[in-house]
Design a protein around this ligand. Structure first.
Ligand code: UDX
Length: 455
């Protein structure tokens, strides 16, 4: 099938590359000429395992092209995916200007029937707004080409996006019941047929319910994390090991093991933004989502937990003290630092007067970029971007781990002990066992694991 993807950000690029991999003829559009040039020269603007290979293979096979030509992009695809950004507005609601501009562009140029797929995470009712914007453009030029707007939210996890796309646990498609809506559904069915061979993974629903499903999924996952983080903080007080509790409750199939990890708080481009946007939608309908407000508040607090533990241990004045930080990306296998807890930690330690050495296996360039925005020149001068994990340690009072990269899971503890000024580890992702660490001679501070660290 001929597919157009509008927006070559994270979602658009993965969707385009994977649909090309299935044999479709994909046209990727972006307004950013630099990004398009990079892609046309074989580069990839984001770090995502497997993506570069998929793009290269399909580019070589002529199944994917990148361009800034709007008219050509509209002419190309019978299915037009809108996968542009929906950044939060000042009030937390999703900013739809890019989505609606994409819809208008389609309306300005289309001649035959098109299916417009909202792939971006958009609030309930956006399908109607896309439809209205597109229709307005058609009316303006007196054209009467048919179209239908479909909602097909993505559930990709950064760091596993290609895998998630190629082996979806579900495909959610919302369409309306008009003749055009049925025609659109038939095309979507054909497009996703390769994933439904062995068993049907598609859930068909109306457009609004599909839009809502995405928010509900992320809000539920964020709720689980904040719930566990809140319990972990209590566990620290009462001498309970939250990891034992996690196993104990996760084995109940009604609860399940996933997304029960206490840690340094959730970050990334989805959870913080989507929780806020859902709360905002509720407020527009004069409903107060009490649970989600708490989820957000707990997470904001949780991002400060590591810094608080450091201050509790080393005092409020950290002037003259140096700390090592491992892990800057909001989670492993990505260089994404949006809403990353490490940014809060760096801010806290610098505010208390400390100097830091930081390291991340892939996010170093991104860290330099975002920390230069977060910090002033004097603060930035107190951050050393280290060449390796071990290179952060010399002269540090303690090591603070913020992201659970595989490479941090089995480090050379003797070397760590020899390099640190004091054998103290703050483990924001509970990578290690407290008793093993104390036997190895470390003072170990996990999240919710005070059973062995309380004094
Ligand atoms: C999420 C959803 O999982 C995905 O379905 C959606 O499409 C986009 O948002 P992503 O943001 O890539 O994906 O990351 P995810 O793996 O879900 O992790 C989100 C955050 O939660 C990370 O900061 C992670 O460290 C944190 N997390 C996750 C926890 O603190 N504890 C957990 O148990 C799981």
């Amino acid at each position: 099938m001929k597919i157009t993807i509008i927006g070559t950000g994270y979602v658009g690029l993965v969707t385009g590359a994977c649909l090309a991999e299935l044999g479709n003829d994909v046209f990727c559009l972006d307004v950013d000429q630099k990004k398009i040039d990079l892609l046309n020269n074989g580069g990839i603007p984001i770090h995502e395992p497997g993506l570069e290979e998929v793009v290269a293979r399909n580019r070589a096979a002529g199944r994917i092209q990148f361009s800034t030509d709007v008219a050509a992009s509209v002419a190309h695809g019978e299915v037009q995916f809108i996968a542009v950004g929906t950044p939060p507005d000042e009030d937390g609601s999703a900013d739809l200007q890019y989505v609606l501009a994409a819809a208008r562009n389609i309306g300005k140029h289309m001649t035959g029937f098109k299916v417009i797929v909202d792939k971006s995470t958009v609030p309930v009712g956006t399908g109607d707004r896309v439809k209205a914007a597109l229709q307005e453009e058609l009316t303006k030029r007196g054209a009467d080409a048919g179209f239908s707007v479909v909602s097909n939210p993505e559930f990709l996890k950064e760091g596993a996006a290609v895998e998630d796309f190629m082996r979806p646990d579900r495909i959610v498609i919302g369409h309306d019941s008009t003749a055009e809506g049925q025609q659109a559904a038939a095309l979507m069915k054909k497009l996703y047929a390769p994933f439904n061979r062995n068993h049907e993974r598609t859930f068909w629903m109306d457009v609004r319910s599909a839009e809502f499903t995405k928010y509900a999924a992320n809000a539920m996952l964020a709720t689980r994390i904040s719930f566990m983080n809140e319990l972990a903080n209590l566990a620290d007080r009462v001498g309970v090991d939250i990891e034992a509790v996690r196993h104990g409750i996760g084995s109940d199939p009604r609860i399940g093991h996933s997304f029960l990890y206490a840690g340094a708080g959730y970050g990334g481009s989805c959870f913080p933004k989507d929780v806020q946007a859902l709360e905002r939608t509720a407020r527009q309908y004069e409903q107060d989502l009490l649970i989600l407000r708490a989820v957000e508040a707990v997470n904001d607090k949780q991002k400060l937990v590591l810094g608080r533990k450091v201050v509790q241990r080393f005092g409020a004045d950290l002037a003259g003290k140096h700390f090592a930080i491992w892990g800057l990306a909001f989670k492993p296998n990505t260089d994404d630092m949006r809403e990353a807890p490490a940014r809060m930690l760096v801010r806290q330690l610098l505010d208390a007067g400390a100097t830091v050495a930081v390291y991340d296996p892939v996010a170093m360039a991104e860290a330099q970029r975002v920390l230069a925005l977060d910090l002033n020149a004097e603060e930035l001068a107190r951050v050393r971007f280290a060449a390796s994990a071990m290179d952060t340690l010399d002269g540090a009072e303690a090591l603070v781990i913020v992201t659970e990269w595989k490479a941090f899971r089995a480090p050379d503890f003797d070397k760590i002990k020899a390099s640190l000024k004091q054998a103290v580890i703050f483990d924001g992702r509970n990578l290690f066992e407290p008793d093993v660490m104390s036997q190895a001679g470390f003072e170990y501070h996990g999240i919710g694991r005070s059973i062995l660290t309380r004094s």
